[in-house]
Design a protein around this ligand. Structure first.
Ligand SMILES: NC(=O)c1ccc[n+]([C@@H]2O[C@H](COP(=O)([O-])OP(=O)(O)OC[C@H]3O[C@@H](n4cnc5c(N)ncnc54)[C@H](OP(=O)(O)O)[C@@H]3O)[C@@H](O)[C@H]2O)c1
Length: 252
């Protein structure tokens, strides 16, 4: 099924985790994709795994304005115009208030917030009218200690995504977000977790998620593609993909 044949897409943070699942789904459907990451080893692994002429991997740091500019130029040269932009990259660090350093604060807001915003600003002229932008935010309505900088950085994305949805109305470009709960990715969204911490995080997610399990990257990718492609009358919204985690569902 070549559902995305002839379509062109950009995915930031596409070298592993949910972003890679979005890239794979797009390629499977026949799209051509430019996607980014920073870590050379991960870039090479993704390149080897995908082994496709329709997949263009770019080393690009979303926190660096020059990299965002270079990404825009490369996308223009490689793809010309694009149909879908997935702004998925992100990092989290777990620190209580007194542990949050200025450097950690800046990493969160430079990567997750500023990087997301200026990626859209730089790529917007390349998006076809009638296209779509999908941000990856977070199931932020359940509150955890230690994630203040992260939650703030992602809440800002949710806020400006809605304003951008209004700004893009004249071009019929829809802007939505997916808000994942606990999803099984290499980092669980928190690079630098030890294997034990990651296992504990996963166990915690399985216990407190109403559906009593974590989600898969394919489930998030399906929701992101639904918003980008199928949800043609939906804009300005955030779709939770969290097993009911942020919905206040009580398990009887
Ligand atoms: N996993 C979860 O449970 C969860 C829950 C809620 C929300 N989220 C959000 O969902 C998104 C994907 O999470 P994930 O778990 O799939 O993460 P992941 O496996 O760590 O993948 C993150 C991707 O973003 C890239 N990235 C990170 N910083 C970047 C930067 N400065 N510039 C460019 N690329 C960068 C990574 O590449 P490098 O490794 O090369 O930097 C990687 O390709 C993130 O925005 C995360 O905050 C995750």
């Amino acid at each position: 099924m070549n559902k995305y044949a002839g379509k062109k897409a950009v995915v930031t943070g596409g070298t592993h985790g949910m972003g890679l699942a979005i890239v794979k789904a797009l390629l499977k459907g026949g799209a051509e994709v430019v996607f980014t990451g920073r870590n050379e080893k991960k870039i090479e692994e993704a390149r080897a795994e995908l082994n496709s002429g329709a997949a263009h991997i770019v080393r690009s740091d979303a926190a660096v304005m020059a990299d965002i500019d270079a990404l825009g130029e490369l996308v223009g040269n490689k793809l010309g115009r694009i149909d879908y932009l997935f702004v998925n990259h992100g990092i989290a660090e777990i620190n209580l208030l007194e542990q949050v350093t200025e450097a950690s604060w800046e990493r969160h807001f430079n990567i997750n917030t500023k990087g997301a915003f200026f990626t859209v600003q730089r790529l917007a002229p390349l998006i076809n009218d009638g296209g779509a932008i999908v941000f990856t935010t977070v199931a932020n309505d359940t509150i955890f200690p230690g994630l203040s900088a992260y939650s703030g950085s992602k809440e800002a994305v949710r806020a400006f995504a809605q304003v951008l949805a209004a700004e893009f109305l004249p071009r019929k470009i829809r802007v939505n977000s997916v808000a994942p709960g606990y999803i099984d990715t290499p980092t669980m969204g928190v690079p630098g977790l030890t294997d034990e911490e990651r296992a504990e995080f996963m166990k915690q997610g399985d216990e407190i998620t109403p559906l009593k399990r974590h989600g898969t990257v394919e489930e998030v990718a399906a929701a992101a593609l639904f918003l980008a492609v199928d949800a043609t009358f939906t804009t300005g919204t955030e779709l939770p993909v969290d097993g009911g985690f942020a919905q206040g569902l009580a398990v009887s």
